[in-house]
Design a protein around this ligand. Structure first.
Ligand code: NOJ
Ligand code: CA
Length: 529
């Protein structure tokens, strides 16, 4: 944990680790990972060296969207454990110097939440205005053209009242109406409830979504190929991304800052425009951290990634830091998406992620270069996919953590069927890599340790250096990084202007014998000082 002097910005230079709880460690042999499983693996996470963990949804839910459909914001999902288990997890993590962030879902609830049950049963219910209702279009049918994440209309008719309700995701995930002041009050209480229990912050689901256009205007078209900017051919100009949401984050930031150790607000800010991303930081008075989807979806090339980094840093208000992450539970894992399974490339990616200024967020499995798992159609558990059949299932990146090479992978009991299939026996497991000092796991651990030693609590400088095509070289704090995204070794003499760069090699991503002195191997990186 950072020293008291850096407490106020402990996430600067930190490494956070996303735990997909259901797939991390099962302790009661029901095939689902649970909170006690996370606690059981805290020693591993402390060994890895992360500063904090973000737990995928922990609240009670019918699991139409695996916890992103919350039916009680003040509880713990019985399948994952109890409130006492969560308290214990937070306490045990704290003893090891790690903070715990929860996942908060303020854009929508489950249709099983008591608010929606009351609201949909009775148009005169005091909870009716907690949700977004609208009359059918003049000729009948949905009120406007907005689309849900499934590709279907974002509106479902409530036959009892003859009105439609809005759901930007599944029909069982009705959107909350943030024009209603009581929704604000309810979430203030939710924040305080968890902060008072020692939760260090929240990852905020669909942070760009909260307010919708008051006039419910149609969304305009957008090129469908642009995965960040377009939802099935529409730009979410009115169904999300409204300016009014910033006031919510200013309000929450005051609550977060009212604690002696400031609580962290990390937005799932799914926007394609880096100016819009920076705007979520306000004037340093909104979200402290924002996920950068343009970086995630950039091609794995020196030119593309360095361009996003430069623009992100240029756009952020003074004193604010970016987040670098490359995998999560919704997208293909980076060792597959960026690296096509090539472990050398994954090691290069980890070296870059760990040396960029700001906050690094790893997804469980990144540290062993875990790849996507093909989940056969019959075993798919992701309804968002099942409803449309269209896109690849998100389950590919949600499969159990491979702790060892046994059939159950150390995830669950022998003979127990895990909720999602494992990837089969593989050398990319934690036990094998922990026993091999040259493994990706050890590289990742060394990177995290260097990152902490150099960057913890710091607002660091970043400067891109001259380099041949395909090579990304930069100064980050006191380090020089040369990342070679090409098929041939490059000489350090050709990087950084006259005479090249030189210094002590602290870490190189290719295994020791991989490259001659003074060179960076193909698809490899070095860190110099
Ligand atoms: C983003 C979450 O990460 C995803 O899993 C979920 O389906 C949507 N938000 C809706 O909550
Ligand atoms: Ca379990």
């Amino acid at each position: 944990m950072s020293s008291p002097g850096t407490e106020a910005r402990w996430w600067h230079g930190a490494t956070l680790y996303q735990v997909y709880v259901r797939s991390f460690q099962d302790t009661n042999d029901d095939g689902y990972g649970d909170l006690n499983g996370v606690t059981a693996r805290l020693d591993y996470l402390a060994w890895l060296g992360v500063d904090g963990i973000w737990l995928s949804p922990t609240m009670p839910s019918p699991d139409h969207d695996w916890g992103y459909d919350v039916s009680d914001y003040l509880g713990v999902h019985p399948e994952l454990g109890t409130l006492a288990d969560l308290d214990r997890l937070i306490g045990e993590a704290g003893q090891r110097g790690m903070r715990v962030l929860l996942d908060l879902v303020p854009n929508h609830t489950s249709s099983a939440h008591p608010w929606f049950v009351a609201a949909s049963g009775d148009p005169a219910s005091p909870y009716r205005d907690y949700y977004v209702w609208a009359d059918p279009a003049p000729g009948g049918g949905p009120p406007n053209n907005w689309l849900a994440a499934t590709g279907a209309s974002a509106w479902t008719l409530d036959p009892r009242s003859g009105q439609y309700y809005l759901h930007n995701f599944l029909p069982s995930q009705p959107d909350l109406n943030w024009w209603e002041p009581r929704v604000h009050e309810a979430f203030r209480e939710i924040l305080r409830f968890w902060f008072d229990r020692g939760v260090a912050g929240f990852r905020i689901d669909v942070a760009q979504g909260l307010y919708k256009d008051a006039e419910l205007r149609d969304d305009p078209p957008a090129p469908e190929a642009d995965v960040v900017r377009s939802r099935f051919g529409l730009a979410q100009v009115y169904s999300a991304n409204r300016p009014e949401s910033h006031a919510v984050f200013r309000d929450w930031r005051k609550i977060a800052d009212s604690y002696p150790s400031p609580r962290l607000l990390l937005g799932e800010t799914w926007v394609g425009d880096l100016h819009a991303l920076a705007a979520f930081h306000g004037h340093g008075d909104e979200l402290q951290l924002t996920f950068n989807f343009p970086f995630i979806f950039a091609p794995f090339s020196a030119a593309a990634l360095s361009a996003v980094v430069a623009e992100t840093l240029a756009d952020l208000p003074a004193g604010e830091v970016p987040v670098w992450t490359a995998s999560n539970h919704d997208i293909s894992r980076f060792p597959t998406r960026w690296c096509r399974g090539d472990e050398g490339k994954a090691r290069l990616a980890l070296l870059v992620l760990a040396t960029l200024p700001g906050t690094c967020v790893l997804y469980n499995g990144d540290e062993i270069a875990m790849t996507d798992v093909d989940v056969p159609d019959a075993l798919v558990r992701d309804l968002m996919r099942a409803e449309t059949g269209a896109r690849e299932s998100r389950d590919r990146s949600r499969t159990p953590m491979p702790w060892d090479d046994s059939l159950a992978a150390g995830f669950t009991g022998a003979g127990v069927r895990p909720w999602l299939p494992g990837g089969g026996r593989s050398s990319r497991n934690v036990a094998a890599q922990r026993a091999d000092p040259a493994s990706t796991l050890h590289l990742c651990r060394e990177l995290i340790a260097l990152r902490r030693a150099e960057f913890a609590g710091q607002l660091m400088g970043y400067q891109q250096l001259a380099a041949p095509a395909g090579v990304w070289a930069y100064r980050s704090g006191g380090l020089i990084v040369v990342a070679n995204f090409t098929d041939a070794p490059v000489s350090l003499a050709g990087v950084g202007g006259a005479g090249g760069v030189a210094g002590e090699v602290l870490i190189r991503s290719d295994r020791a014998a991989g490259a001659a002195a003074g060179f960076v191997g193909r698809w490899a990186g070095v860190i110099l000082r």
